[in-house]
Ligand binder design. Sequence first.
Ligand code: 5GP
Length: 298
Amino acid sequence: MADSTHPPEVDRVDASRKAIAARRARASVKRDIATRVITPQAALRRAWADTASAAGTMRVTEFLTSIPAIGEGKRDRILSELGISPVKRLGGLGSRQRRALRAFLDRRMPEPLPRPGRSRLLVLAGPTAVGKGTVAARIAADNPDIVLSVSATTRAPRPGEIDGVHYRFVDDAEFDRLIAAGDLLEHATVHNSFRYGTPHAPIRAALAEGRTVLLEIDLQGARQVRAADPSATLVFLLPPSWDELVNRLVGRGTEGPEERTRRLATAKVELAAQHEFDYSVVNDDIGRAAQEVVAVTR
Ligand code: 5GP
């Protein structure tokens, strides 16, 4: 018999299914914080915009230990310093506790601020499978005034790739010659296999004409461009979540399990470097992400 103390079986099944889904959603947000797909402050904004959300129902203890470099000992010290009980959920924090937690994070791990006075040399980087190539291609298709740099590479063309359009396909000897002649703005070995580099001359020419140049390159390349031209605009493309990044990598099916594991390890390292960039853009929708990248140069 259903009464208030004994809910019918269907209700209990439904409630436990909801509880499992809520736990999964919280675990997903924790992975996003741990892998730096989102900043801790962004998680707090979500929690306080909707206290019933995955972030809002997360315990403050789980939140803190999901932040890289905060272990259980540090977590307990922080909570007692801020006067927050460990049983609290983020959405249940009072306004004074919210301010204290926010101020603590801003002091210890400030969010990057956009830097004004950036140049028209635009670098788009981000972890494996985030969709850099697709977003870059969309930007080039929608903005004829933006020049997409064509990299040199030692890897073989894939079906449909055209020499001089998608890449300049060269052998190792030619790549060495380009480096020796100082023809590359940057170059790197990517995913421990092939070499990729950005020819300098077309970029100099396009910038001299006042055009914007877009480079879709890896993190090592982005750092070299920053070193060569500190005013370059560096944009980091983020996945909507860590789980989505894993799904995209598995879904495209172009790498075996071993290579996927290697790329995901690299992705974690790359995500940890996003504070070196001027802007972060979330690739949840290709058209929107492309527009947002273009907006930083206008
Ligand atoms: P793919 O072989 O899939 O076209 O590209 C593999 C990786 O190489 C991508 O992460 C891409 O961003 C990177 N890449 C492409 N061109 C360059 C380049 O000129 N320089 C650097 N450093 N990385 C590049």
